[in-house]
Design a protein around this ligand. Structure first.
Ligand code: UD1
Ligand code: CA
Length: 438
């Protein structure tokens, strides 16, 4: 039986920010959101977040997460004081309490499961997650005897220069037998450099207590300032890229590419340099994205190319070529084997299969049929100053260079618009023996 408590009440002074530290974003999710999600597979009986600094903002940011309980720490007197706030909420509880720092966002669920298992198998009163860091600066140092029993945890600020040499650090993850901890909590003292009630002082007051080293120390990086936030982002990116490369995706100059965790890629996708894939983007087999592209919340089907282009909230079907320098600005559906070329902007627009808009055009609120050819510089005038209007273009229709289609307007099939025209009225289907849809 385990209850989880997440420490999220601190301001995070070292971030030098108005935003509470735990709400800073790491790859599209807040720090504390990541911590909360990491415990989901443990199926804890309760999940409690201790909030304080800008409590309302933190609660609002987490309101979509089901069953999370908030406990307020109205003044922030330290991590031990934060856990003291749980006393009235866990009265009579007889299981374990897993405590996580809200600013340690890269822990894997498997690591936490393993940690909890060790705690329970050994029937420890307390288990502390530790790691040996090449650069332990800023962390609490953990001192153990030869049997791995924790003797002392000393905060960086309270260490003597000799103690600071110890590279074994406290990761900020603990498991306590709650009944034992509850007895200690009221007696914590603030005899330290920060005049705070340290949770770490409780660790050495219960027995038996054990330190467990984490296998991959990158998981336990705490975020106290913007440098650590950036370093954590790099670690997260490395994890995501490794996963996709192992799954058959080629990343060229991977250091210059960023990929959100939420993106899905198929084998034989090639991502070229300086490309950024965000949100709920899916890219299917054989597509080649970049160099220099940004794809957000979009579905890119098979064998698509997208060079130096921005695609947001859109769909591109098989075999289409996008760019260089195209902008699919939202709710765009590009059919199969289409071409959207240089300096073309599309918004709320559907291009039928085999259609081309190769140069210098804006199509907004437009639906085209199949095999339409939009000439260079064709613009849909979709906005009359008050409302947006649609343009409908039939199959095989061609617009000449520099034509303006004033919406609302419908051009039929096989229409030919001469270069430089401004069209303000509907044009019916033009007769042509070849006028068949494809
Ligand atoms: C803490 C540990 C340190 C460990 C490090 C790991 C203590 C005393 N020290 O130090 O040993 O190496 O984490 O990252 O615990 N918080 C509250 N209420 C408070 C104070 C803090 O909820 O009154 C929350 C913060 O929002 C944060 C977490 O507790 O999420 C840790 O606080 P922080 O001030 O960052 O502790 P560290 O100095 O990093
Ligand atoms: Ca911290």
């Amino acid at each position: 039986m385990v209850v989880v408590a997440i420490l999220a009440a601190g301001r995070g002074t070292r971030m030098k920010s108005n935003l509470p530290k735990v709400l800073h974003s790491l790859g599209g999710k807040s720090l504390v959101e990541r911590v909360i999600q990491s415990v989901e597979p443990l199926q804890p009986e309760r999940r409690m977040a201790i909030v304080g600094y800008q409590a309302q903002e933190v609660k609002t940011a987490l309101q979509t997460i089901p069953d999370i309980e908030f406990v307020e720490q109205t003044v922030q007197l330290g991590t031990g004081h934060a856990i003291q706030q749980l006393l009235p909420h866990l009265e009579g509880y007889n299981g374990d309490l897993l405590i996580l720092n809200g600013d340690v966002p890269l822990l894997r669920s498997e690591t936490l499961k393993h940690f909890l298992q060790i705690h329970q198998e050994n029937q420890n009163a307390a288990t502390v997650m530790t790691a040996k860091l090449p650069n332990p600066k800023g962390y609490g140092r953990v001192f153990c005897d030869e049997k791995n029993v924790v003797q002392q945890i000393i905060e960086d600020k309270d260490c003597t220069p000799a103690q600071r040499e110890n590279q074994r650090i406290n990761a900020g993850v603990y498991c306590f037998r709650w009944q034992d901890l509850a007895k200690i909590l009221p007696h914590l003292e603030a005899n330290n450099a920060q005049k705070e009630y340290y949770l770490t002082d409780a660790v050495t007051q219960v027995t038996p207590v054990m330190a467990v080293d984490v296998e991959d120390y990158q998981e336990i990086g705490g975020i106290n300032d913007r440098l650590q936030l950036s370093a954590a982002y790099d670690i997260l990116q490395a994890r995501i890229k490794e996963k996709w490369m192992k799954a058959g995706v080629t990343l060229i100059d991977s250091a210059s590419i960023t990929i959100d965790e939420t993106v899905e890629l198929e084998p034989d996708v090639i991502i070229e340099p300086q490309t950024h894939l965000r949100g709920n983007t899916v890219i299917k087999a054989g597509s080649r994205i970049g160099p220099g592209s940004l794809i957000e919340n979009s579905l890119i089907s098979e064998n698509v190319t997208a060079r130096y282009s921005v695609i947001t909230d859109s769909t591109v079907k098989d075999g289409s070529q996008i760019g260089p320098y195209a902008h699919l600005r939202g709710n765009v559906e590009v059919g199969e084997k289409c071409r959207v070329g240089n300096f073309v902007e599309l918004k709320n627009t559907k291009l039928g299969n085999g259609s081309k808009t190769a140069h210098l055009s804006y199509l907004g609120d437009t639906t085209t049929g199949n095999k339409v050819n939009i000439g260079a510089g064709t613009i849909t005038a979709n906005y009359d100053g008050k409302n947006k209007h649609r343009t409908i273009i039939g199959n095989n229709t061609k617009t000449g260079s520099n034509s303006v289609l004033v919406a609302p307007i419908t051009l039929g099939n096989d229409v030919y618009v001469a270069a430089g025209s401004t069209i303000t009225e509907d044009v019916p289907n033009s007769y042509s023996p070849s006028a068949s849809s494809c």
